[in-house]
Design a binder for this molecule. Structure first.
Ligand code: ADP
Length: 151
């Protein structure tokens, strides 16, 4: 069974993440969306909220599972028996950043990183832009799945 881990902060999940996960489902038997826990980072949404937004968005897709993890992504891959890491690429900055991480991960463990190029329609979306729109009371609903709700 081919499983891929899609790691990230998902603060919150955006339509860009959604597109990568949906396309990952066609390539892998299971896509495990893994929310990394970083004690030093300040998040807008709690871990529970971030997890719930993703679970709700994929409630009709049995091939998607949402988990949380601490520590190195490759260690978590080994722990749960996953051979592939899935990442999205939006632009050259993403490429440079992701390249360094993927090379480092390959030095650390025999895990292959698979990159999917973002859909043109969602290539400009980032969680940080969504958070900015939310903070300034803008209409964030066009940028995220319907499950993302701000109280
Ligand atoms: P991180 O904290 O690791 O940057 P993110 O939640 O921001 O986590 O992103 C997780 C993954 O989703 C990364 O591979 C990132 O490049 C990808 N991603 C984020 N936004 C988009 C988008 N609009 N289109 C495609 N991929 C995206």
């Amino acid at each position: 069974m081919k499983k891929a881990l899609f790691p990230g902060s998902f603060d919150p999940i955006t339509l860009g993440h959604y597109d990568i996960i949906q396309r990952g489902v066609h390539l892998f038997d299971e896509v495990i969306v893994a929310i990394g826990i970083n004690a030093e980072k300040k998040y807008m949404f709690s871990l529970e909220q971030r997890k719930q937004f993703i679970e709700e968005a994929f409630k009709d897709e049995p091939k998607v599972r949402v988990v949380t993890y601490k520590g190195l992504t490759v260690d978590f891959c080994k722990e749960i028996g996953v051979d592939f890491i899935l990442r999205g690429l939006r632009n050259p900055a993403d490429f440079e950043f992701e390249k360094a991480i993927a090379h480092t991960n390959r030095d650390l463990a025999p895990v292959e990183t698979v990159f999917l190029l973002t859909a043109a329609s969602t290539s400009y979306i980032s969680s940080s832009i969504v958070r900015d729109v939310i903070r300034n009371h803008g209409d964030y609903t066009k940028l995220v799945p319907k499950s993302v709700k701000v109280r």
